[in-house]
Design a protein around this ligand. Structure first.
Ligand code: GLC
Length: 623
């Protein structure tokens, strides 16, 4: 491309996104005369710096902006050090990722954090450097290039709600520079913090109580929603917006395809509210998307907002933000409802919640579907939803789930732990790995192969669910081979206080070798996971742009949805019981289905006595 062609492209992209940019920035910052010209020259500069291969990718994704919605995409998530020691190590495992079928790989926090404790890397002191334990920016670019050549994209975390208190901006703020003090929320007295505290909630009540920290050496209170060392950025300051755009483009130019925008719900503060999910957050996200679409169109954004359904849906763009906000957002409710139904053997609440609160599809956006991740599970089940189901009370059910997944409920198959019990509210969350929570650890304790088989079936049902629900499925490292809880996490001093490390084990490559050789339940699990992924990629009905309609199939043990694809409907059936169960032919005919083929099991399906028999934890993709 000549310089002139590049200029034409830039101008076209600016024109395409200008309205989205100007409208959202106007609502956020009002008349800030030099903001737009400064932003435009920043975007132009970073676009010029982009390498030829990335510019080619920009073009490809301009032509196919919904590339990430394809059924051929499958995600895999890991901490670089836990998966492969360092970035060079990742290169050695690209074949493994390919064998799994991963096309999207999320490197958990890998930018330079403050020295431990650093919240698993979410306390970043330099957005332009890689964590030295993992390698250098050069190593990162090498890995990104190698992955791109294999058709894989890279996602990394960008923590934009806060920086480490050792970040250069924070250091300058501490030194008294007014410009940088305005990057954070700093107060000379406790009057404002106290006023805000009245309506704020605790994120880490046991570990890091309160939302503000007093620093006697600088004589200031600082807003610290998460941990003391994580200083909340002040997004009402347009300088912060410009800085972060620059950070994003710098990372995009190093080869990042997807930015996971961490803790976005907290980015705007408003007195008298819980300071989460404020309308301005959606304008910030729209403006960030419009900006990077101009200067790095290959980049997409994933929002991490682990909030209630009503607050979650807008992150994928609703109303004036439709098609203009995050491309991906975590479907934490699907995850919560999977675990809830698994414990209760009853899908009524799941069918109600997922069928009532969520649209069937989005514009240029979709869910990231997952069963486990590096975080705890918060039981986001409202009183209102609980009471819609006979016999379920919100608090009662949340308590039951917390006990069940801590392994404390009589007969529970799960082995996990309570995370951050809030003494004031009684709120309790859970930690634990997919396999341990699904019963594999208990099965190993008892040595009962039948229990191990059930645990494996629960897991495969979960994998089949996230691979077909609608969205980009994310597999968390080690779940494919059933890695259990890491009960020795406390041996690492910095981790001992945070039991989320229970489910952040180190990859066990010997176990991978055994699983590859097909040994034990883990071997069958691994084969099963790869089979589900292969099938997903072969079934066009599962592309994320096909609407997902939740249906009541007349059997509370079975969760069901229709994927309304251009290819015709696909009915997904998922059994949450260890017993055989039946779906009646009449219910299927009501949905317009009378002769079937299971695209997951790859076989014809026949009814007996007008019933479809579903195996324990069975999963069927019927067309
Ligand atoms: C996100 C991360 C979590 C971290 C928090 C603060 O929620 O997933 O691990 O503790 O942000 O950065």
């Amino acid at each position: 491309m000549t310089r002139q062609d590049e200029q034409i492209l830039f101008d076209l992209r600016w024109q395409r996104s200008e309205r989205d940019l100007v409208s959202s920035l106007g609502r956020l910052y009002g008349a800030t005369p030099d903001l737009l010209p400064r932003l435009k020259s920043l975007l132009a500069k970073r676009w010029q710096e982009r390498s030829a291969p990335l510019k080619a990718l920009d073009l490809a994704r301009d032509i196919d902006p919904d590339w990430f919605l394809s059924e051929r995409n499958v995600g895999y998530v890991f901490y670089v050090d836990r998966f492969a020691q360092d970035l060079k190590g990742v290169l050695k495992h690209l074949d493994y990722l390919e064998e799994m079928g991963a096309t999207y790989v999320h490197f958990m926090p890998c930018l330079k954090p403050r020295p431990a404790p650093n919240d698993g890397g979410y306390s970043v002191m330099d957005y332009r450097a890689i964590d030295p334990r993992l390698g250098t920016m050069k190593d990162f670019e090498t890995v990104a290039t190698a992955m791109r050549q294999r058709g894989m994209s890279i996602c990394i975390d960008l923590v934009l709600n806060h920086t480490a208190k050792e970040h250069e901006w924070a250091e300058k703020a501490k030194a008294g520079e007014a410009k940088y003090q305005a990057y954070y929320w700093m107060f000379g007295t406790d009057a404002e913090p106290k006023a805000y505290e009245k309506t704020l909630v605790e994120i880490f009540p046991a570990d890091a109580p309160g939302n503000f920290t007093w620093y006697p050496d600088i004589g200031k209170w600082v807003w610290t929603t998460f941990n003391e060392h994580q200083w909340d950025l002040n997004w009402s300051n347009p300088e912060v917006f410009l800085e972060i755009v620059d950070v994003m483009l710098n990372l995009a130019n190093r080869g990042v395809d997807v930015l996971r925008l961490d803790a976005v719900a907290f980015m705007w503060k408003r007195l008298g509210t819980n300071c989460q999910n404020q309308p301005e957050v959606h304008d910030i996200l729209q403006a960030l998307r419009a900006a990077t679409r101009i200067a790095a169109p290959a980049l997409i954004h994933k929002a991490e907002a682990i909030v209630a359904p009503r607050d979650l849906v807008p992150y994928l763009g609703q109303g004036r933000h439709a098609g203009r906000e995050a491309n991906l957002a975590y479907h934490n409710n699907l995850m919560v409802q999977y675990w809830s139904s698994l414990a209760s053997r009853n899908t009524a609440l799941m069918t109600h919640v997922l069928g009532t609160h969520f649209p069937e599809s989005f514009r240029h956006a979709c869910w990231a579907t997952y069963i486990r991740c590096h975080d705890d599970i918060g039981w986001a089940i409202t009183e209102e939803d609980g009471s819609a189901i006979v016999g379920v009370s919100g608090p009662g059910h949340r308590n039951f789930l917390a006990d069940f997944y801590a392994g404390k409920f009589p007969g529970a198959f799960a082995r996990g732990a309570i995370f951050q019990e809030n003494a004031a509210t009684g709120d309790r969350r859970n930690s634990g790995s997919f396999a341990s929570l699904a019963g594999l650890e208990a099965a190993h304790e008892s040595g009962d192969p039948a229990q191990a088989e059930m645990a494996m079936q629960r897991m495969l049902m979960g994998f089949a669910l996230i691979c077909s629900f609608g969205g980009l499925p994310l597999l968390y490292m080690g779940d494919e081979i059933g890695l259990l809880n890491d009960h020795r996490f406390g041996d690492v001093k910095e981790h001992a206080h945070d039991n989320r490390w229970l489910h952040r084990p180190v990859m066990d490559w010997n176990a991978v070798a055994a699983a590859r050789a097909g040994q034990g339940p883990e071997g069958r699990l691994f084969e099963g996971v790869k089979h589900i992924i292969r099938r997903r990629k072969a079934v066009p009905h599962l592309a994320a742009d096909a609407p997902t309609r939740i249906v009541d199939i007349g059997n509370v043990s079975v969760f069901a949805f229709l994927r309304l694809s251009d290819e015709g409907p696909l009915l997904g059936l998922f059994s949450f019981t260890e017993n055989w169960t039946t779906v009646s032919g009449e219910e299927l005919r009501k949905l317009g289905i009378s002769a079937f083929r299971d695209l997951l099991g790859e076989g014809e399906v026949t009814l007996h006595a007008d019933g479809l028999a579903v195996a324990p934890y069975g999963r069927i993709w019927l067309i």
